[in-house]
Design a protein around this ligand. Structure first.
Ligand code: GDP
Ligand code: IMO
Ligand code: MG
Length: 449
């Protein structure tokens, strides 16, 4: 079973790009299966930094075939710009494959995304304005245009005219805005078609063949579990399925191929856009996380909201995705803190919830129950081996493992490729019972409550 999945375990920006890039070295194919150019995945190698929005993070290795699966919504203009910018830096994109069934992001999707946000007023979501919600809505409404439509101008035009009938009516009547012209869009998109045609393929079949040949395939998630349309903090979510189910529908593969499901989690939590965030720190602690972690959105340049690690959410991500391990990132950011807090439950109206609460009001209004532990008081960004991490950092990692019920296989201590500690080369994880500082008496075991 040579399939590995990398998923976001929080609200996105956990460091999926870095982890994907690290693992891609030993893969043959890297596949995006959901989201669109709302994603922003950063890879740092040496002095070079790459920010990818649509192209899978495996692109930096010449041996890798990168695949944009059918579950992705593709803005062809952005995709071509990304390909061009990689070419300029000497990275070939010849081996990029795009599913013929992926849906296209159209200019009216971006307009409707912006207008939708304005019309929501104070209740707005803080979307990336990349047209993602409207593109997935059209897919569900069976009004979408697909990548394969680029290969037949007549079909493209017919579908576009039909979509525009409705879209232009909404734009003009509901929002009093300018409408879109079918000819202009056809011209623009046929230009993209010419360049993208060699990359368009039946990627489900391509993946099946790869598996048959024993090739190793990595599925690179975008966004995160709490942004999932079904399992996230609805309505403050994205419009796709960044959780495990999205791999199967979004790539057209079956679960029997999957061996490992890696949840990427920051050692604290960040969120971009609006919506509930129980452990958010709108104070010096949050500022310090933001500064040390350079928490500025890769796609929109917005400041990310920051807060303490929340193991209730991690356990939820482990459950919803069936995680087999966690990659814990940005542990180095916490080195500056004398004391650290970890949220182990939510208190609401006299009850403490240790599982993700069943009603949104509880999540919106709860007070986090924290466990406070001493920090490790030294920089760790040079650590390369488990033995080079301070005891207190190992306790923190061990606590995450125990609380989430999933081993932490990888710890990231900086953005660079080498700033990574592989935890599992014959080394046992620390036993929590050994240290009193975690104050386990006050921590109800995960399955209680
Ligand atoms: P993604 O969307 O999940 O791929 O994450 P982003 O790339 O949007 O955001 C993660 C940011 O943290 C990027 O700028 C990474 O270079 C950086 N990063 C990743 N891992 C680490 C780490 O362990 N420590 C630090 N300090 N930065 C990291
Ligand atoms: P990566 O892959 C963080 C957030 C937006 C907004 C909400 C809905 O880099 O982790 P959308 O434009 O998708 O309709 O916006 O989802 N969001 C992300 N936040 N990382 C991302 O991707 C995100 N993609 C979408 O900020 O709150
Ligand atoms: Mg990101």
């Amino acid at each position: 079973m040579p399939g590995t999945v990398v998923l976001g375990a929080q609200w996105g920006d956990e460091g999926k790009g870095k982890i994907t890039d690290l693992l891609a070295d030993r893969m043959d194919l890297v596949v995006r299966f959901s989201g669109g150019n709302n994603a922003g995945h950063t890879i740092v190698c040496g002095n070079d930094e790459f920010k990818l929005h649509l192209i899978p993070s495996g692109i930096l290795y010449p041996h890798i075939t990168t695949v944009i699966g059918n579950g992705v919504v593709v803005n062809p203009k952005v995709l071509l710009e990304e390909m061009d910018s990689l070419h300029k830096r000497g990275i070939p994109t010849k081996k990029l494959k795009i599913s013929c069934n992926a849906h296209l992001v159209m200019p009216y999707h971006m307009a409707l995304d912006r207008l939708g946000e304005v019309s929501l007023g104070k209740a707005k979501l803080g979307t990336t304005h990349r047209g993602i919600g409207p593109a997935y809505a059209d897919k569900a409404e069976r009004l979408g245009l697909r990548v394969q439509d680029l290969l037949d101008e007549k079909i493209l035009r017919t579908k576009l005219e039909s979509a525009l009938e409705r879209k232009n009516a909404i734009l003009a009547k509901a929002f009093g805005q300018e409408t879109f012209d079918a000819d202009e869009i056809v011209d623009e998109y046929m230009g993209y078609a010419e360049r993208l045609a060699p990359h368009i393929d039946d990627t489900s079949l391509l993946l099946e063949r790869a598996f048959e040949e024993g090739k190793r395939v990595l599925f690179e998630g975008a966004q995160g579990t709490l942004l999932d349309l079904d399992h996230g903090t609805y309505p403050f979510v994205t419009s796709s399925s960044p959780t495990i189910g999205g791999v199967f529908t979004g790539a057209g593969v079956g679960p029997r191929h999957i061996e490992k499901i890696i949840g990427v989690a920051k050692a604290y939590v960040t969120r971009v856009g609006y919506g509930p965030f129980p452990t958010e720190q709108e104070n010096d602690a949050g500022e310090m996380m933001g500064e040390r972690g350079a928490e500025i959105g890769t796609t929109t340049g917005r400041k990310r909201r920051c807060g303490w690690l929340d193991v209730v959410l991690l356990r939820y991500a482990a459950r919803v995705n069936g995680l087999t391990c966690i990659a814990l990132t940005k542990l180095d950011v916490l080195s500056a803190f004398e004391r650290l807090r970890i949220c182990v439950g939510y208190s609401y109206q006299g009850k403490v919830y240790h599982d993700f609460p069943p009603h949104q009001t509880i999540f919106h209004k709860c007070v986090p129950e924290y466990l406070e532990i001493p920090g490790w008081g030294e920089e760790i960004s040079g650590a390369k081996k488990k033995e080079e991490l301070p005891d207190q950092a190992l306790k923190y990692i061990g606590f995450v493992e125990q609380a989430a019920g999933v081993p932490v296989d990888v710890v990231s201590v900086g953005p660079g490729r080498t700033q990574t500690v592989w935890m599992r080369e014959g080394i046992e994880p620390p036993k929590l019972e050994e240290g009193p500082y975690l104050n386990l008496e006050e921590f109800e075991p995960p399955n209680a409550g």
